[in-house]
Design a protein around this ligand. Structure first.
Ligand code: G1P
Ligand code: ZN
Length: 543
């Protein structure tokens, strides 16, 4: 018998988080674990029968095996067809594009984003719906319920499919189309950006270093930057995707992408530096001697997007996640367009994009994207920066300082306290929630609280409400702090503290970010009883 129905008991704890289900790789490799979750996805959408899905991942350890299992399960569940990236590779933005381009019923993306990969590291699965975006909360809740109700899964007992040749193949009677992971995505970028202008800039000697961090964007960046736009070979470094990302965290921030940062701060820095994460949806921009925070990158892109052909008509509106700095709000205000504040996680942008309310969305965690797909898009952000530089003919540093001179500056930083025992993290959060009503008017080290709340979001399109989305504390004099627990960890809790201080820009005073934010940090440490609950006040990672 080719198709087998395997009895299976529900597996607890398969709750999709901020960005799908993320667990230790060994957890996914345990008997029935992956199968249970995939069957739950199919069950929660009324079965896979007759449906078309895109499948692909970031190439991390277990990617290839998991894809084989998914193909065999899709066949046994009578899916009509699967579109899969060659060798099982697809960046998250490319997968989102393929879902939309081929009008499929959704896609299964295998990635734990910027988390490290390997048998002892992390793996993840995300289900994207027909608009190309991450499943909204109603769907992730249905998936969770399905994981708890499951009693069997269906799988075809057949040999593995060879995913190396591009073209048509099949599992049993289910056709599979193996596609070049890069081609359609590259076509889309060529429509949005002035490739001729960027090409001339490279031809004129503009230099760049793109660090693909041994992750999935390597082949995309090579094809677009080097082979299409004419950047010299070697512009893209660490370009070959590796199962363990070379042992690093493929997270484009100054700490994880330190070699690029060191290069950009050195005398031999090229004009422009950029990096992307494990699955290609995040980005980092560094100019010669100047790092750009994601919040500032978002604001600059919103202010200058009209310089790219795909956005020449202007933007419908902008959305940012709540902890992201308000730098882009100031731009939106000046442009006279709407600005939306959503909970953390790309899934909350989907409805606004579908309804045409916003064109560009962004998160402080280095994810920015637009209505061209329904995911954030690392390479897209890099190409938009290149397009802007090609038109304005200014350095990154100059574009940034001009921006601050125009709008003022939102000094901003995120502090992550990792490896916190979950009970301690919850006690700390409860302690702050307990003070919410009484914080206003109180002073902490000279800073006075002007308001505090727990963020709750009502989706303006479908009316759904998402509670408990982080704690906000405002201070007199344009300061804000946000506290929330990470929803993407695989082991202990991570407390994220986001600090923001707005200052009107004075040319002479480009102040130290640490210095500006220190009073806010001290105040929150005191309010949250950090020392008392987690035994420390210094974070592990500051970005
Ligand atoms: C983190 C980021 C968030 C992003 C998510 C997925 O989630 O903070 O902005 O959408 O990764 O890339 P968190 O761990 O904070 O829940
Ligand atoms: Zn990612």
């Amino acid at each position: 018998m080719t198709f087998q129905t395997v009895e299976s008991r529900p597996i607890q704890g398969q709750k999709p988080g901020t960005s799908g289900l993320r667990k230790k790789t060994r957890t996914f490799m345990a008997p029935h674990y992956l199968e249970n979750f995939i069957q739950a996805i199919f069950n929660s959408i009324g079965g896979a029968e007759g449906k078309i899905f895109v499948v692909g991942g970031d190439g991390r350890f277990f990617n290839a095996n998991a894809i084989q299992t998914i193909l065999k399960m899709a066949a046994a569940n009578k899916a009509a067809r699967i579109i899969v990236g060659q060798n099982g590779l697809l960046s998250t933005p490319a997968a989102s594009h393929l879902i939309r381009l081929n009008k499929t019923d959704g896609g299964i993306i295998l990635s734990a984003s910027h988390n490290p990969g390997g048998i002892e590291e992390d793996f993840g699965i995300k289900f994207n719906v027909a608009n190309g975006g991450p499943a909204p909360e109603s769907v992730t809740a249905a998936i969770l319920n399905a994981t708890l109700a499951i009693d069997s899964y269906k799988i075809a007992r057949v040999p593995d499919v060879d995913l190396r040749p591009i073209g048509e193949t099949a599992v049993c009677c289910m056709p599979i189309r193996i596609v070049d992971p890069v081609a359609d995505y590259c076509d889309l970028m060529a429509k949005l950006f002035d490739f001729d202008a960027i090409q001339s800039m490279f031809a004129g000697g503009f230099s760049m270093c793109f660090d693909a961090m041994h992750a999935v964007t390597g082949p995309y960046a090579k094809a677009i930057l080097e082979q299409t736009l004419g950047a010299p070979e070697g512009t893209v470094v660490n370009a070959v995707p590796l199962e363990d990302f070379g042992g690093g965290h493929p997270d484009p921030n100054p700490i994880r992408a330190k070699p690029l940062m060191d290069l950009m701060m050195s005398d031999s820095a090229p004009d422009f530096g950029a990096a992307s994460d494990g699955d290609g949806d995040r980005h980092m921009i560094v100019g010669r001697g100047r790092y750009v925070t994601a919040s500032d990158s978002l604001a600059v892109l919103v202010a200058n997007a009209h310089l790219a052909p795909g956005y020449a008509a202007g933007l419908a509106g902008v959305a940012r996640s709540m902890p992201t700095s308000a730098a882009c709000d100031r731009v939106a205000e000046k442009l006279g367009i709407a600005i939306f504040e959503t909970p953390t996680g790309w899934k909350f942008f989907g409805n606004l994009l579908d309804a045409g309310k916003v064109t560009i969305c962004g998160e402080e965690s280095a994810g920015i994207g637009s209505s061209h797909i329904r995911e954030k898009d690392g390479l897209w952000a890099v190409l938009l920066w290149l397009n802007i530089i090609a038109v304005r003919k200014l350095s990154v540093a100059k574009i940034l300082t001009d921006h601050w001179a125009n709008y003022g500056r939102n000094y901003y930083s995120r502090h992550d306290y990792e490896g916190v025992p979950p009970e301690a993290a919850n006690r700390l959060m409860d302690h702050v929630i307990g003070q919410m009503e009484t914080l206003s008017g109180k002073s902490f080290g000279g800073l006075t609280v002007s308001g505090a709340d727990e963020f709750s979001y009502r989706d303006p399109i479908d009316g759904s409400v998402s509670d408990h989305q982080g704690l906000r504390i405002w201070f007199e004099g344009d300061g804000r702090a946000v506290l929330r627990l990470s929803g993407t960890g695989t082991e202990d809790a991570t407390i994220r503290l986001y600090l923001e201080q707005y200052k009107p820009y004075e040319k002479a005073a480009s102040l130290s970010v640490c210095k500006v934010l220190l009073p806010l940090k001290r105040a929150v440490i005191e309010i949250a009883g950090m020392q008392r609950f987690i035994g420390r006040t210094e974070p592990d990672v500051v970005t």
